[in-house]
Design a protein around this ligand. Sequence first.
Ligand code: BGC
Length: 498
Amino acid sequence: MPASRRGSGTITLPTGMTLNYHTRTNEEEDLPHATKKTMADHLRKFETLFTLTPQRMRMIVDAFTESLEIGLESPGQVVPMIPTFVFGWPSGHETGEYLALDLGGTNLRVCLVTLNGGGKFEITQSKYRLSEEQKHDDGQKLFNFCADCVKTFIDSNIGNSEEMIKSGVKLPLGFTFSYPCSQDRIDHGVLLRWTKGFSAPNTEGQDVTALFRKALEDHKVPVDLVALTCDTTGTLIASAYVNPKTKIAVIFGTGCNAAYMETVKEIPKLKDHGFASDAEIAINCEWGAFDSYKHEHLPRTKYDVVVDESSNKPGEQAFEKLISGRYLGEILRLVICDLIDEGVLFLGQNTYKIEIPYSLDTAFLSLMESDPTDELLMIIGIFTHFFALETTLAERQFFRALAKLIGKRSARLSACGIAAIVKRKDLLDEGCSVGADGSLYNKYPGFADRVHEGLQDIFGDKGLNIVTHHAEDGSGIGSAIIAAMTKQRKEAGLYPNY
Ligand code: BGC
């Protein structure tokens, strides 16, 4: 037996962090055969629970397409299909300097974007990690923090903000606020509901641009908020700026969502708005809400039900809860805790650490799946360092297989969402590029390949016509391009509408 199988050692995670590990002295060679067999039996059970057949995927796609269509018919539907007031594609010739503020699920970013035209740009940015308190504290406080960060950024990268205020200078800013907001202008948006675990009071039902403008004024920040957008719409526009074949944008990160361009005459709920019927308008699908409340179409396991019911928004974001980075680690943790309760795992060990909700980060699933060692040293490191638990090789192989099942289900469901938009827009024969971004898409090993496999399972060989690619930074660059497009429309007398 190799020496590394027993005793202690250190491994370094791809993040640079060093973990100490130690293995059990009685590795599986010494364990009764029944232990290995039990793990294999359990794995078969979970394979059945988490595997999506092509036939099931096609049924989901049909229901999904119908939900998108219902959302376009009238306001207030489960999948809200929000018209974003971003009219048409960028020309690629948009130029100028814009600030962009990106309030995502995990970080706050302030960017200065210089659009040089010809699909070229430069960006300078600062990033701040949001604390859990900020997600749950009063909404106005969150926007005050945003205003404060913008002011600090201006002072350090552009010039003295007090002087700018005195001389009446205002810098145009695009605000990427990645939560569902209903809009009736590009620079306005009422928060329908928080997602991704946020619950800041006094914000749902409010115009978030008014809250942010108040904060900008109170903090004397020389900024003019010209456009409110969401990360998917930004990604759609930023992707098209550099790759005109882009037709759809998707985010697979802490949350998940998609945007695409729809013709006004195909949107019954806009029929009285007086827009040109052949105008195109970007739709923020907010597809994370698919199958919410009634739960008729998605294959939810008992673990998914617990994730949902113990969340701060039970019933909501049903699709997102099976797919996105905020939840995958928690699903795996719940499976492990169930097996602890059944007396299958970690007998005689103190399991309190892994019993803490959300203690198993989705990044651990990525690490487990990408562990290159035969002994699965990365998994040893994760369990000893973060949960003070010792594991056998059979258990580690089981955890890795579970991570794979959960990660694969997420990617295959994501393929169902993309396929629904492809069907809705009849894009299968001509094919299209799908601009994609988010931590799952960018960092989870094999995620994009699994999405592509899923598209082939749904559409057969024609699925090869739909190709995802890593998109440009939609929340920064996209937001700046949208601000530039808004400026052009204002100059052409087309604001607020088309
Ligand atoms: C939000 C969307 C956002 C997505 C990805 C979801 O929770 O509702 O607005 O685009 O996360 O960030």
